[in-house]
Design a protein around this ligand. Structure first.
Ligand code: BES
Ligand code: MN
Ligand code: ZN
Length: 495
């Protein structure tokens, strides 16, 4: 999909399908504008009949028989005073869902003037591409829908936007990759396959790759991660990718929870705990590998980025963790496993210890860690835990720019009593209330306190049950664009 800005007037534009954003209260002037383009004298009557007033998310489309343009999709943007870039994103997604089958060249006509051209271009370009991705890999007979070849952002400043627009496709490729990792079933995306995917990335995009097998993880003393892995017939793979620029001015580590399936272990997921969904328990690692792909393509000049995934499955067999086992992580801390279903934090514990040894300037982990976070924030907002105000601000800004919901949650140190064990240094779960907080506090035990660290719980956001904004039903690829924005900003500031 080729995306470009064209500095044309709307009535000079030609193509096969058009999405037109309409501000509430501007129907009359808009009608005059479009009348000439689509040669329809009844346009204002049609708007009237449809009660189309340009309210947020309202849509109304007209199919045309004569001329090159086959369809015009009007999407409401709400009032000019309240217009935000996210409204453009949503409107573009609503429109893009209606374009299939109407040709290959899409035009988008929005009130760009209210925004900085590059941000608007990227938001809308990404929205169009991301909202129309369909995963057909597992359909035996796939009628491929005709895809768009060209998208033109009509009337947008072409000079300032070029280099930013060029980033849209690499970014969307990363999000698509992340979504595909998440939606792949657990019999396809195994820990081994995840390692293979990392290897492909390393080869295709020139990243350094280190994969630790079970033996090497044992040598590192990763007793927490390996304790989770041992209940599965599939071997664990600890994945470490690295992007290094020629000049390194700063260095960060991204860690993703990589449970290719989470059955709960002997604390089996029963009842409403949705065991059948637990292929998405590697959403964090998908975001991290998706980001690796983007970063490897964008090649920031100064920021070294490490991507880490402790991939495994949480299953049941004769050598699986018993509820009550005491295990030892690679920093020497002992953990009483009072619930085998709190496995993510065990794998992350050793990944965090490993990350700290790289002496980075910051560590960010993403994890589908707790059901409690879904209850607290739903599927549009991820939870953010960090003691570091600066990191919190940076990530919140990066997510805001991406239109990905995030909310800082308290790192309530007094709740640490909840994960105190009477027999080991820690136990892996606390009481149900505040369960996402004790999970974050548990992770904190494995981070060197001098390294800025943030934990993002994406249990709710990595998946959507319905088409929502730029996300079609299914895996969202949440986190990729936030992490990319964050790294781009760090890189810029390092200069
Ligand atoms: N992968 C789950 C968390 C999860 C739940 C993600 C629902 C997405 C949707 C995690 O491993 C888990 O099972 N957490 C437990 C922790 C509990 C045992 C303290 C949970 O949230 O129930
Ligand atoms: Mn679990
Ligand atoms: Zn899990």
């Amino acid at each position: 999909m080729q995306i470009s800005a064209v500095s044309k007037e709307i009535n000079e534009w030609s193509g096969s399908v058009l999405i037109a954003g309409v501000l509430e209260g501007t129907i009359e002037s808009q009608t005059n504008l479009f009348k000439t383009l689509i040669k329809d004298d009844f346009l204002s009557k049609r708007f009237n009949d449809e009660k189309f007033e340009g309210k947020k998310s309202q849509k109304f489309s007209i199919e045309l028989i004569e001329g090159e343009i086959k369809k015009v999709i009007f999407v409401g943007l709400g009032k000019a005073e309240t217009l935000q870039i996210n409204d453009l994103r949503k409107a573009a997604a609503i429109g893009a869902r209606q374009v299939s089958g109407y040709g290959r060249k899409l035009g988008i006509f929005f009130p760009w003037d209210a925004f900085e051209p590059s941000s608007a271009a990227c938001a809308v370009g990404e929205a169009v591409r991301l909202s129309s991705i369909k995963d057909l890999r597992f359909k035996s007979e796939s009628k491929k829908p005709t895809s768009l070849d060209e998208v033109e952002l009509i009337g947008l400043d072409t000079n300032t936007t070029k280099s930013d627009i060029a980033e849209i496709n690499p970014i969307c490729d990363g999000v698509k990759f992340a979504r595909e990792l998440v939606s792949a079933p657990p019999n396809v995306l195994t820990p081994y396959q995840m390692a293979k995917e990392a290897e492909k990335l390393a080869n295709d995009f020139d990243l350094d790759l280190k994969i630790l097998d079970k033996k090497e993880c044992e040598d590192q003393g990763m007793g927490a991660y390996l304790a989770v892995a041992k209940g599965s017939d599939l071997k664990p793979y600890f994945i470490h990718l690295k992007y290094s620029p020629k000049t390194v001015k700063n260095k960060v580590v991204l860690i993703g929870k990589g449970l290719t399936f989470d059955s709960g272990g002997y604390n089996l997921k029963v009842g409403a705990s949705q065991i059948e969904k637990m292929k998405y328990d590697m959403g964090g690692s998908a975001a991290v590998l998706g980001t690796a792909r983007v970063i490897a393509e964008l090649k920031p000049s100064y920021t070294e980025v490490h991507f880490i995934v402790a991939a495994c499955e949480n299953m049941i067999n004769g050598s699986a963790l018993h509820p009550g086992d005491i295990i030892k992580a690679s920093n020497g801390k002992t953990i009483e496993v009072n619930n085998t279903d709190a496995e993510g934090r065990l794998t992350l514990a050793d990944a965090l210890v490993y990350a700290c040894k790289l002496k980075p300037d910051a560590i960010v982990d993403l994890a589908t860690l707790t059901g409690a976070c879904v209850i607290a924030l739903g599927d549009e907002i991820a939870g953010l835990w960090t003691d570091n105000d600066q990191l919190s601000e940076q990530l919140t800004k990066a997510a805001g720019k991406a239109g990905e919901g995030i909310w800082r949650m308290p790192m309530q140190d007094s709740y640490k009593s909840g994960i105190k064990s009477s027999i080991a240094d820690l136990q892996n779960t606390g009481p149900r209330p505040g369960g996402s907080i004790t999970a974050a506090l548990f992770l904190k035990e494995f981070v060197n306190s001098s390294i800025p660290w943030a934990h993002i719980d994406i249990a709710g956001t990595c998946w959507t049950e319905k088409d929502r904004d730029i996300n079609p039903k299914g895996a969202t690829g949440y986190g990729v664009r936030t992490l990319v924005n964050w790294i781009k900003e760090l890189n810029l500031n390092a200069n």
